[in-house]
Design a protein around this ligand. Structure first.
Ligand code: PLP
Length: 378
C-alpha cells in the first residue's frame, strides 16, 4: 500500500530528539525552531514527560468516558491554575480542528443562532465547520461550503459593527495571533471591540488558541494581552508536547447536558498524563516567562537586520518577513545551517520553538541567519 501523498516533505528523517535539538538518521544535529509546527512546548523527550507517560502506560493507557478518569479532573485543576481561568469548564478532544468544531457548535447550541464571523487569512482547521471558517478556498470542499460563515477584514472595527447589525451572529472566532496567515497580532482594541459586541448581541467570543496559546506568546493565552476574557478558548498543539490532545475551556455561563458533546478518545488516560506533565514543566521551569524573555530578545535582534522587512509576533511566536529575493533563506537555514523553521506565505519565516529555548540557542540562530542573508551583499 502507498501513502496518500498530501505532504510535500523535506528529505530528512529524524531518529532522535532532545530539548530543542533533533538528529537525523546520519547523526547530524539540527536546532529545532519549528517544534513540529508549534507542538513541542516543553522540549523533545523531556525526562519528566517521558517518565509520566511511561508510568501511566504501565498502569492504564486508555478507557472511554464511560467511567471515572480522575486524571481529567487533575488536568482541569492544573490548567485552571496555570491559565488563570479557574472558573471555566474543560472538555477534552484530540486536535485543534476538533476543538474549534466543538466550540462553534457549543456557541450555536447556547444562543440558537447560526452566523459565524471569522477573519481574512484565518486558519481554524480542516473539519467541516472549522474549514468553512478558514480563509483558504483551496481546502474547502464543496460539501463544506456554507453561508453560515462571514469573513471580515482583519482589524476593521467598522466592518465588525456593520456585520453585527446585519446578521444574527452566533460566534466570532479569532486567533489572538494568526499563525498560518503569517503571524499577525490582533490589537487590544480589536479584541476588546469583539468582546463588547459579543456582550451586546449575546454572541460567543471564541479564542482560537491552538497555535498562539499555551504560553507561547508570553501569556498563557495570547488574547490575555488585550485584557479580555473570551467565552471559549480552543487549544491543542503545545498542550500535549506531541501527544495528540486538544481541548476547549468554557465560561461558567454555559450549562452542559449529557450527550451535548462527546468523543471516544478525548480525555483518555495517556493524553491526560501527557498534558499534566506539560503543565507541571511549564510551571516548574517558568517557561511562559522564558518565552517572553527569549522571544523579546530574538525580536529585538531580528529588527536590527536591514534586510528584514518586518518582524511580527509575541513571545516565541515570531514571523520574519523577508523580501522576495531572500526567499531561499529558509531552505538554506535547514540544509546548510541545520535549523528547522516554519514558513507562511508569501515570504515569512515562522519561529515556533519550544518555550524552553535558551538565549544561547537564540544566538546560534541569529548567527546562522546573518550568514544566510549574506549573498545579498555580494
Ligand atoms: C490556529 C489554528 N487553529 C486550528 C488548527 C488545527 O489544528 P489541528 O491540525 O490539530 O487540527 C491549527 C493548525 O495549524 C491552527 O494553527
Amino acid at each position: 500500500m502507498k501513502l496518500f501523498d498530501v505532504y510535500p516533505v523535506n528529505d530528512i528523517t529524524i531518529t532522535k530528539a532532545q530539548g530543542s535539538t533533533v538528529w537525523d538518521d546520519q547523526g547530524n544535529p539540527y536546532l529545532d525552531l519549528y517544534g513540529g509546527h508549534a507542538v513541542i512546548s516543553i522540549g523533545h523527550t523531556h525526562p519528566h514527560y517521558v517518565q509520566r507517560l511511561t508510568d501511566q502506560l504501565n498502569k492504564v493507557g486508555f478507557y472511554s468516558n464511560s467511567i471515572h478518569i480522575p486524571l481529567q479532573q487533575q488536568l482541569a485543576e492544573k490548567l485552571g491554575k496555570v491559565s488563570g481561568k479557574e472558573d471555566y469548564q474543560l472538555f477534552l478532544v484530540n486536535s485543534g480542528a476538533e476543538a474549534n468544531e466543538n466550540a462553534l457548535k457549543l456557541a450555536s447550541f447556547y444562543n440558537g443562532k447560526k452566523k459565524i464571523i471569522a477573519f481574512k487569512k484565518a486558519f481554524h482547521g480542516r473539519t467541516s465547520l472549522a474549514v468553512a471558517a478558514t480563509d483558504n478556498p483551496k481546502i474547502v470542499a464543496p460539501v463544506n461550503e456554507t453561508d453560515n460563515v462571514v469573513f471580515l477584514p482583519w482589524e476593521d472595527l467598522a466592518a465588525l459593527e456593520a456585520a453585527f447589525d446585519k446578521y444574527e451572529v452566533s460566534s466570532v472566532i479569532i486567533e489572538g495571533i494568526q499563525g498560518v496567515g503569517g503571524i499577525n497580532v490582533a490589537s487590544a482594541a480589536f479584541l476588546q471591540k469583539i468582546r463588547s459586541l459579543c456582550d451586546q448581541h449575546n454572541a460567543v467570543f471564541i479564542a482560537d488558541s491552538v497555535q498562539c496559546g499555551y504560553g507561547r506568546s508570553g501569556k498563557f493565552f495570547s488574547h490575555d494581552h488585550a485584557g479580555v476574557d473570551a467565552d471559549i478558548y480552543t487549544m491543542a498543539k503545545g498542550m500535549g508536547n506531541g501527544f495528540p490532545i486538544g481541548g476547549i475551556i468554557i465560561a461558567p455561563k454555559f450549562r452542559p447536558s449529557y450527550g451535548m458533546l462527546g468523543t471516544t478518545f478525548g480525555g483518555n488516560h495517556l493524553a491526560c498524563a501527557a498534558a499534566l506533565a506539560v503543565l507541571e514543566v511549564i510551571e516548574k521551569e517558568n517557561l511562559i516567562a522564558n518565552a517572553e524573555n527569549v522571544g523579546n530578545y530574538l525580536m529585538d535582534e531580528l529588527r536590527k537586520f536591514p534586510e528584514v522587512k518586518e518582524v511580527r509576533g509575541k513571545g516565541l511566536m515570531i514571523g520574519i518577513e523577508l523580501p522576495e529575493e531572500l526567499a531561499h533563506v529558509r531552505k538554506e537555514l535547514l540544509f546548510k545551517y541545520r535549523i528547522f523553521t516554519g514558513e507562511a506565505k508569501p515570504n515569512v519565516i515562522r519561529l515556533l520553538p519550544s518555550l524552553a529555548l535558551t538565549k544561547d540557542q537564540a544566538d546560534q540562530f541569529l548567527t546562522a541567519f546573518k550568514q544566510a542573508l549574506k549573498p545579498v551583499h555580494a
